[in-house]
Design a protein around this ligand. Sequence first.
Ligand SMILES: Cc1ncc(COP(=O)(O)O)c(C=O)c1O
Length: 372
Amino acid sequence: MKKVPLSRVFVNDEVREAGMRAINSGWYILGKECEAFEAELAAYVGTKEAVLCSSWTTGALMLHHAMGVCPGDEILVPSHTAFPSIEPMIHRGARPVFIDIDETYCIDVDLLEASMSERTVGILPVHLYGHPANMDGIFLAAKKHGLWVVEDCAQAFGAQYRGQRVGSIGGAGVFSFYPSKNLTVMGDGGCITTNDSVLAGKLRMLRNHGEKSKYVHDFVGYNFRFNEIQAAIGRVELRNVENLNEHRRDVAARYNDRLEGVVQIPPERPWARAVYHMYVIRTERRDALAEFLKDKGIGTGIHYPVPNHQQPAIIKSCSDLPRLPKTEEVVTQILSLPIYGDLPMEDVDYVCDAILEFFGKFATANPSGGGK
Ligand SMILES: Cc1ncc(COP(=O)(O)O)c(C=O)c1O
């Protein structure tokens, strides 16, 4: 039987050779490959600085530390996101204030002001599934109330908001290079992008035990360093990421063509260039459809089945949990379909045929008569 996984990492000979080059160099942590990768990441995203670190989570933790997030602070964040989006702020003693979503599955900017208090310090929008959040609306609220904005770009490497790459719009952006992400490094990894060079300098020290010069520590930091093998690999992945993202967009366009009217397809706002980290459909028959696709060798996922305001870890520590009707509804209906940078179009058609069959529709493969 044919197998179509939910996601797959892009690997070619150049990637393998880059890894070997770093191994043979004899230098493994924070060396020339990391320096070059940081410069190339900053140039791509459009910021002065990119600071590599061991994951999104560690990057956000040291960013919150560097920005002085402290106990009692409140941060506005969507509930509908990966659980790690809220962990770093909780480790700093801050409280996530959960906001409902709009039709793009990102934070609903119309709900921001009503959710603020005198303890609110910042907004953490998530560019979920690779679609940018409504940054104009976010900045309007943030500026009016003197709040910082940090972008969660974990799922959106290369996405654009009004022609500007995500990660260059807020005070800082945090990326993940986890293997399923649009840009990966064959393991865990992440980076923080910012135009604030003082902040970047502090982050570079924090990731390396607060060290300013060898064995001299200005403050207590962490070991959130990055390594040469993954930097060498990441540099090759970065050179390919535009093509891989363009292919994801072609895949999304084919899914849209074939599935519109059968299931609810993901919207793309006119100001957005989404990079489809995930292609997420909605249907009331979600669970039965997932089972049907599994029997045909097709991988699917639910991102995410339990919203963060209803996670056991949160319920335990919070007395006044919000009701978020849109979030609570979509988690029962969303289904992520296979998508990755080199997913063959014939496999996309195989998935579409299966979905049309499930809904009792006549399947016509490749209706637009072309595509990559
Ligand atoms: C939206 C979002 N934020 C944060 C993270 C955490 O990233 P990492 O696994 O690199 O810490 C992820 C990854 O799952 C994510 O999807």
